[in-house]
Design a protein around this ligand. Structure first.
Ligand SMILES: [Zn+2]
Length: 400
């Protein structure tokens, strides 16, 4: 690593207008090529994942009917936690992005899918698909920068309540789905009167409806199936599975935008609407996490947050294949490609949350321009970049 200065300027400012145009065209060409190629292999993938999730969730619920016996509790809770993670991350988030809309399947479609979490689908689609994915990391516009309650970037003004952020951060991890559900309301718009009261009322009603459904399902109906002797243990199992899913999704999502090397932008920078500028902001405002096929799958492929932000409408199962082409663009234009092991990404996020609870704080060192590793020596199984397709097939092959 070359020692880039801490205040290294945004790479966007180093690029010429021609380069920004070219970059826009190159990124768009990758999108169009992959989109053209979508077909049976992708449809089989999502259908088998949905089927696998159903079986795992149903089986775990059945095992939990005997939850008053410890081994059944442990097995059922582990299965249900895994099922909830898969449902939220590889299925829910991605289906609701419209990644599978091209199949024209009325069921696996962004307009009809609802997920097993507290956020109503319609509110989440607005705050996530539109606000967050359009104004990614633009401080003051993207409400996911600190979720309106955290200071995650030194350019955010400090207020005394941030002193408590290391504590409520732990609460947010555990109850992340509820944090996301109320965050969709957009407190800033309510406070400034931008959002009409009638709309707030409607949205609150919708959250109430969804919350009731979730609570009845996990804390009344399924526990009841375990009978008078087992309902308490099943309720505890469902509560635990929700917490496990919340902590995991919070970790993956925070690693996607708040590690040290991810850039944030001013509103002025965010207003540059040239396609190339938008692509570069998506590229440098997101961060990936290194890992194997199982890790990528359990993160809903949001370990490829960079590729997800460049191509939110392309199926998540394609991100790993696209990654080498993104790196190639980075190398040719001297742009960073942000990635690192989970420990490092998550650790830097937590350090930032503690440091920025206090006033001040400087931007951390950013990633240098991407450089491809030296070519793999023949016979070592190939460079990690070359096996994207094989990896997807390996994941696929491990499911019924
Ligand atoms: Zn997304």
């Amino acid at each position: 690593m070359t020692g880039a200065p801490a205040d290294m300027e945004n790479p966007l400012h180093r690029l010429t207008d021609e380069q920004i145009d070219e970059i826009g065209k190159e990124f768009q060409a990758i999108h169009d090529e992959v989109y053209e190629d979508l077909g049976e292999r992708d449809a089989v993938y999502i259908r088998s994942i949905i089927q696998f999730h159903r079986r795992l969730a149903a089986l775990s619920r059945v095992v939990l009917m005997a939850s008053r016996y410890k081994p059944a509790w442990v097995l059922g809770t582990a299965g249900l936690s895994t099922a909830k993670i898969i449902e939220n991350m590889e299925i829910g988030h991605n289906v609701m992005h419209g990644q599978w809309d091209w199949m024209n399947d009325p069921y696996i479609h962004s307009s009809t899918w609802d997920w097993d979490t507290a956020s109503p689908a319609s509110a989440w689609k607005h705050s996530h698909n539109y606000v967050h994915h359009t104004f990614t990391n633009v401080v003051g516009k993207d409400h996911d920068v600190g979720y309106e309650i955290m200071r995650v970037d030194p350019s955010q003004k400090w207020y005394p309540h941030y002193l408590l952020q290391p504590f409520y951060n732990v609460l947010l991890m555990a109850f992340f789905e509820w944090g996301v559900a109320v965050h969709d309301l957009d407190f800033e718009a309510i406070r400034t009167g931008k959002k009409p009261k009638s709309q707030v009322k409607d949205e609150l009603k919708e959250i109430g409806r969804k919350a009731r459904r979730q609570i009845v399902k996990d804390y009344i109906a399924f526990p009841a199936l375990s009978g008078p002797k087992g309902w308490k243990a099943t309720l505890a199992a469902n509560f635990t599975a929700n917490i496990v899913r919340n902590v995991w999704s919070n970790a993956i999502i925070f690693c996607g935008h708040f590690p040290d090397q991810a850039y944030t932008f001013t509103e002025e920078e965010g207003a540059d609407d040239r396609p190339g500028a938008w692509y570069v902001r998506q590229l440098i405002g997101a961060a990936n996490i290194d890992g194997g096929p199982f890790f990528h799958f359990m993160s809903g492929n949001l370990s490829f947050q960079v590729e997800h932000h460049l191509y939110p409408d392309l199926p998540s199962s394609r991100y790993q294949e696209i990654a080498p082409r993104v790196k190639d663009i980075c190398e040719r234009y001297g742009l960073p490609y942000n990635t690192g092991p989970f420990r490092r990404q998550w650790g830097s996020v937590q350090r930032t949350l503690v440091r920025l609870a206090f006033p001040g704080g400087k931007p951390r060192k950013k990633a240098p321009p991407y450089e491809a590793p030296a070519p793999a020596v023949e016979g070592n199984g190939g460079a990690p970049d070359g096996n994207g397709r094989a990896t997807t097939e390996r994941v696929l092959a491990s499911f019924p």
